[in-house]
Design a protein around this ligand. Structure first.
Ligand SMILES: Cc1cc2nc3c(=O)[nH]c(=O)nc-3n(C[C@H](O)[C@H](O)[C@H](O)COP(=O)(O)OP(=O)(O)OC[C@H]3O[C@@H](n4cnc5c(N)ncnc54)[C@H](O)[C@@H]3O)c2cc1C
Length: 241
């Protein structure tokens, strides 16, 4: 029998909407990762991958999770019931290659909802290390304004470092009651690719486009980026069956 997996305790939980929440985990083993990588956590022998929000400098592992309700979701309905003090398993090694590609100086980071997670980790680490020489443009798309999760933090980064970070949140259903008062960008994030490539004056030779989250968004970003001759690095959170 394989040895039991290490455990991690939930030390904090913050509910963002009825189906989006953040948790902070304290792992019983030292857990090393690079910004942009993911961990594999489990409960009742069901395991799934979660990109890590926190930077490697933080003591706890922060995750931003979307509930996939039953009967479709398997792990998230179980995780949703877990409050502070409960335990999950954690695979000892982080995985993933969705990390900052240092060969480029400009990084156009496209995401849907929880897809913003790896970018937050990359940017937290970048500022922690007092790095320079890179330019980040984070475009995040949601259906409803309360789904952003990290909009305040990204807006603060952009305000404090206007020559390093630009944050552009967009809402795809502006006409709905829940989005009342939204005066920002509207439309699905993928449909804005060409507009912002032009507005930011991005050059294909020193810009990498990242796409993370909804597989449909990623497919469309790849098609649009290919038409402009830009390269895309992708992280799909699930498969379309
Ligand atoms: C590298 C990687 C990083 C990930 N990071 C995150 C993260 O930071 N936050 C996060 O919430 N999830 C993340 N995911 C998705 C996560 O691993 C689970 O798939 C998700 O939480 C659903 O798990 P589940 O067991 O409840 O449903 P599953 O049993 O995994 O899926 C059930 C069905 O729902 C579909 N599905 C899965 N997720 C979604 C979704 N979000 N919306 C609509 N349909 C979906 C699947 O295609 C499947 O048909 C990541 C996935 C990968 C591969």
């Amino acid at each position: 029998m394989p040895p039991p997996l290490p455990s991690a305790i939930i030390t904090r939980r913050e509910d963002i909407t009825p189906d989006l929440w953040k948790i902070w985990l304290k792992s019983e083993i030292p857990f090393k990762f690079k910004p942009g990588q993911y961990c594999t956590i489990g409960f009742d022998d069901v395991e799934r991958a979660y990109s890590i929000v926190s930077s490697p400098y933080e003591e706890q592992i922060e995750l931003f999770i979307e509930l996939v309700p039953p009967p479709f979701g398997n792990l998230t309905p179980l995780l949703y019931e877990l409050g502070v003090g409960r335990q999950v398993t954690i695979r000892p090694r982080a995985k993933g290659i969705f990390t900052l590609d240092e060969r480029y100086s400009h990084h156009l980071m496209m995401s849907t909802v929880t897809g913003v997670v790896p970018y937050v980790s990359i940017l937290r680490s970048y500022f922690h290390d007092f790095r320079s020489g890179h330019r980040f443009y984070v475009l995040e798309g949601v259906s409803y304004t309360d789904e952003f999760g990290y909009d305040m933090e990204l807006a603060r980064m952009a305000q404090a470092h206007p020559n390093v970070v630009t944050f552009m949140p967009t809402v795809s259903r502006p006409q709905e009651e829940r989005n009342q008062g939204w005066e920002g960008q509207t439309g699905r994030v993928n449909t804005l690719l060409e507009k912002y490539v032009e507005r930011f004056g991005l050059d294909r030779d020193d810009t990498l486009i990242y796409a993370c989250g909804h597989p449909g968004m990623i497919e469309d970003v790849k098609a649009r980026a290919a038409a402009l001759d830009f390269l895309v690095q992708e992280e799909r959170f699930w498969k379309v069956s």
